[in-house]
Design a protein around this ligand. Sequence first.
Ligand code: GDP
Length: 433
Amino acid sequence: MFGFIKKSLGKTVDAIKTVAPKKKTHFTKDELEDILLEADVAYDLVEIILREIYQEKVTREILKSKLLATLRYADYKEPEFTPPFVELVVGVNGAGKTTTIAKMAYNYQKEGKTVLLGAGDTFRAAAIEQLTLWANRLNIPIVSSKQGHDSSAVAYDAIDSARAKGIDHVIIDTAGRLHTQKNLANELKKINRICDKAHSGAPHRTLLIIDGTQGNSAITQAKAFDEMIGIDGIIITKLDGTAKGGSIFSIAYALELPILYVGTGEQPENLTPFDKYEFVDGLLDALFEEETSNVEKTAEKISEEKLVTESKPKPEVEIEQKTEPEPETVVAKEEKEEITLQEEAPEEVQEVQEVQEVQEVQEVQEVQEVQEVQEVIEEDPNREKEEALEKFLIDERLILLKMLSDDVAFVNYSNTPIDTEIIYKDGKWQYKS
Ligand code: GDP
């Protein structure tokens, strides 16, 4: 799965490149504003991110922590349930609902699970046909009815059938549009109730499908669905086809909901679990030059110096070689020349040997220096602390406000007035109790 998200960010990266064509080690806040807006991060979120950056130079690590903080709702915990696991899929027509249902079913099949589909969008004949086509293609059972029939009856029958057959997963499609929004809300609520009647606790999760090419304009629509039925997680489709990948930050932030999967193509295998780290790194890789680590820097410096030493012209030594081979010597040619040199030009040879010895000593010293630098860095307790701090901030989705000392820092959740003190104790960072 790894790499699909980054690959799908191609169009978003192209958009970013129009305002930041060259990779750098840091950006100014003005440059950052342009970049985020170009990637379709909503303006109000861009403002929040900029407000929380206190540094003049925005480095990769600073931006990374801010972007990850906007995705802090990304964690989803599966509820306790008795099989089958029932999922209701909602979203406007054209968002990619049918295709995503097929992809989900395909993924479950790959995990060795059994799946049954419910064609609950009874408003559109085409929706029933399309889902049936996918079910046939994937060789999955489907419960459907004629257009205009009661969608909750389809949901009930689908769950009932799955229970009777011992099927692991039920995925139910729903209408994306009815004559009025009120009708749609009533229908979705009714399906919800009926699912619970068919199988207590169902639906176990309700997923909202958002068309990634719509960017931020999908937020209002998503909020409406959340109010109507209550959404547990979001799937963003068509990430591969949008230049608005940055809207994922604003969608997750505005809805306070986890993004569970992203669609990365039209085929059943193109549904990828949303990995926030891969997503953020995929964007940052397009912006920032890779920083060289201290050890590498030292090693590079030394090898540069070494190159200079090596390229220094060696003292010219005119050596007259013996042309006639020694008849009784049975040594290899090079060895022979060496012997010959020693024998014939002792002074010059001494000079060459001295130069060689000096170089060897230098090389040994250089290797020792690199080892010493490495040891110092490895032994530096602050480095360990810094790495642990970085990890803690990312895991807890916190932003570093201020280091009070090497062992104490002030942190904050993005966009909240609560500052918290954390301390380094017993080899790890933790909240000060
Ligand atoms: P529905 O009306 O919401 O059921 O939408 P469909 O599932 O019929 O999808 C609408 C169109 O979007 C179809 O042409 C799909 O092939 C396409 N589509 C869906 N998901 C993706 C995706 O992740 N990437 C791309 N490139 N196209 C997608």
